[in-house]
Design a protein around this ligand. Structure first.
Ligand code: ZN
Length: 591
């Protein structure tokens, strides 16, 4: 078993002459495609010519989809942040890749101009069958496409109307200092250590965070109004009806279905209220919790998990589903595709990097705690999704954002259940508490954020400007709707919009809830009927070859039905009830 990456699977060394050859190959493939197809729209006229162009395009994707040179330097840099040349080489390569890519973007833009009556003809053509979904995506957004010169102006002003504003607020937030234990630290570091501290310290840190947030709020008020206003301008120009329309379309979801979905989740917020009432009890509090209590750790799972042991646990969990998952896992360990341990000059956190036609690599920072085991299973879930989708043509290989976390959460759940049975009664309570609070945050809290965004954009559209007081009032309302009466929120708790970065990503947050609930429902189906594995593999192999709705439909999951979402939500509720029982049993025992 290797526990560091073997990057020789890509290139022998940063000086390998093959790197230059591969860059040249990508650039020349793009040039060739440009020369053959730019300036002619012969492919408008017949499905035969269009099929030929798309075949060339798919082949081109096989070459550029690899991104082998940039992938190599990305990975090298992440494990050797002090590498003398990796960063500079990466910048250089990415610049040439962007230039190459710019040569071929004309193709999708041209396809978008195909008149609607011909679109219909092409979508039903038999020889275009394998490109149908690709065309459908382009045609669907075509009606919102602006003219090239209009789009150019919008692209050029993106920096001044969005990026410079948001990066200004980020900069101000990162400059704020919190004083704790005689040490100065940034806001996110302070928020990160807070949950495990005594109540007094949590309150102290939180008060300082609020003071710091207030210092940033006046500038964030202007920033947020810029972010909301440019969105309104773009939507008006392009003809999008609602503030969330373009975001849902870009994630290839159905607008009506997603709005319906957000309402169903909202109707089930009382499950979160039930959890927080229990949490209050776990913390031994008589008074309602304050916001710095709701995230407090009720304890820690003290058992240590060495990497070897974690591999054994996760391997056994995968084996209980299907031997094919074990095969993939074993080959990753043997080939050096998992970089397991933290060390100096290695990037923090964990991720899975996959790319067409290249070996998948997983980065971990294993620290022997319970979370590290879950992370191993989670990242392997991403890897299975990538490995199984290799059968798709390159441009259908990666899935959409809204399904990106389905496989990872599924395999994390499988591993969780395997470990859970081996824990002591006290540790079970902590482990289940951590699991439930993270699913609640992914599902309910994100939808509370989504609801806030809807109201925020609508207010701007009605009134022209939203004051920071109004934004805080709206945030407070939606935050309170999530916690229920177990927590007593303060007016200043509404300032969260200043620090919640995702509130600037335009309705991105629903994807967390969507993926988590689908995953949870799939896991329930699997537990009920083990033959569901066949369908699970079918999902993993589908990549991004169709809309999420259609991919799930093909494995018997109808996401347009309320019952489906309710079943997923009920699984979370079942965990809350299980936790209630464990806590009650334990407090009786302790009496
Ligand atoms: Zn993930």
């Amino acid at each position: 078993m290797k526990t560091t990456w073997n990057l020789e699977l890509l290139y022998k060394s940063p000086e390998d002459p093959q790197i230059e050859k591969d860059i040249k190959l990508i650039v020349s493939a793009c040039k060739k495609f440009e020369k053959k197809w730019k300036g002619t729209n012969a492919y408008f006229k017949s499905d035969k010519i269009l099929a030929e162009a798309l075949k060339d395009y798919a082949k081109l994707y096989e070459t550029i989809g690899q991104q082998k040179p940039s992938q190599y330097f990305h990975l090298l840099n992440d494990t050797q942040l002090n590498h003398p040349t990796a960063k500079a080489r990466l910048m250089q390569i990415e610049q040439s890749m962007t230039e190459a890519w710019n040569r071929i973007i004309f193709f999708d833009l041209e396809l978008a101009k195909i008149p609607p009556k011909d679109q219909k003809k092409f979508l039903s053509s038999a020889i275009l069958k394998q490109y149908r979904y690709h065309l459908e995506k382009i045609f669907k957004s075509a009606k919102y496409e602006l003219s090239e010169s209009e789009q150019k102006i919008l692209n050029l002003t993106e920096q001044t109307s969005y990026e410079i504003w948001t990066s200004g607020v980020k900069k101000m937030l990162s400059e704020q200092k919190i004083l704790f234990g005689g040490k100065e630290m940034g806001m996110s570091e302070a928020a990160g250590i807070s949950p495990s501290l005594p109540r007094e310290d949590r309150e102290n840190i939180y008060n300082q965070i609020i003071e710091a947030t207030k210092r940033v709020a006046p500038f964030a008020e202007s920033e947020m109004n810029a972010v909301l206003t440019i969105k309104k301008i773009k939507d008006d120009l392009k003809g999008y009806k609602h503030p969330y329309s373009s975001s849902i379309l870009s994630k290839q979801n159905d607008e009506k279905a997603i709005i319906r979905f957000s309402k169903i989740v909202t109707n089930h917020f009382p499950i979160a209220h039930r959890f927080y009432a229990l949490k209050k009890k776990m913390l031994g509090m008589k008074e309602p919790m304050r916001i710095f209590d709701v995230s407090a750790d009720p304890g820690k799972v003290s058992r240590k998990f060495s990497f070897d042991e974690s591999v054994k646990i996760v391997r056994a969990a995968f084996a209980s589903i299907d031997p094919q998952f074990v095969e993939v896992f074993d080959s990753f360990l043997q080939n050096g595709q998992i970089d397991a341990f933290p060390r100096l000059n290695k990037r923090a956190g964990g991720y899975c990097a996959s790319s067409h036609g290249l070996p998948t690599f997983i980065l971990l920072n294993h620290t022997e705690n319970f979370d590290s085991v879950r992370t191993l299973a989670h990242e392997m879930g991403h890897a299975f999704h990538a490995e199984f989708s290799r059968s798709q043509p390159a441009f259908y290989e990666s899935c959409t954002l809204s399904t990106a976390e389905v496989a990872s959460t599924f395999f994390e759940n499988v591993a969780f259940d395997k470990i859970f049975e081996t824990l002591s009664e006290e540790e079970k309570i902590i482990a289940l508490h951590d699991k439930v609070s993270s699913s609640l945050a992914s599902v309910f809290l994100q939808i509370a954020g989504f609801n806030f965004e809807v109201e925020l954009h609508e207010t701007l559209r009605k009134e022209g400007f939203v004051s920071k007081e109004k934004m805080s009032e709206l945030m407070l309302k939606h935050r309170a709707s999530y916690f229920g009466s177990a927590a007593k929120l303060d007016r200043d708790d509404g300032l969260l919009w200043v620090r919640w970065q995702h509130m600037r990503y335009y309705f991105y947050v629903y994807t967390y809830a969507y993926g988590e609930l689908i995953s949870s429902a799939m896991y329930a189906k699997y537990k009920e009927d083990k033959s569901f594995v066949k369908k699970l593999k079918q999902f993993l192999s589908a990549g991004g070859s169709d809309t999420p709705e259609n991919i799930f439909k093909s494995i018997g999951i109808d996401t347009t039905k309320d019952e489906f979402w309710i079943a997923g939500i009920k699984n979370i509720e079942a965990d809350v009830i299980k936790l209630e029982k464990l806590v009650n049993k334990n407090t009786k025992k302790n009496k």
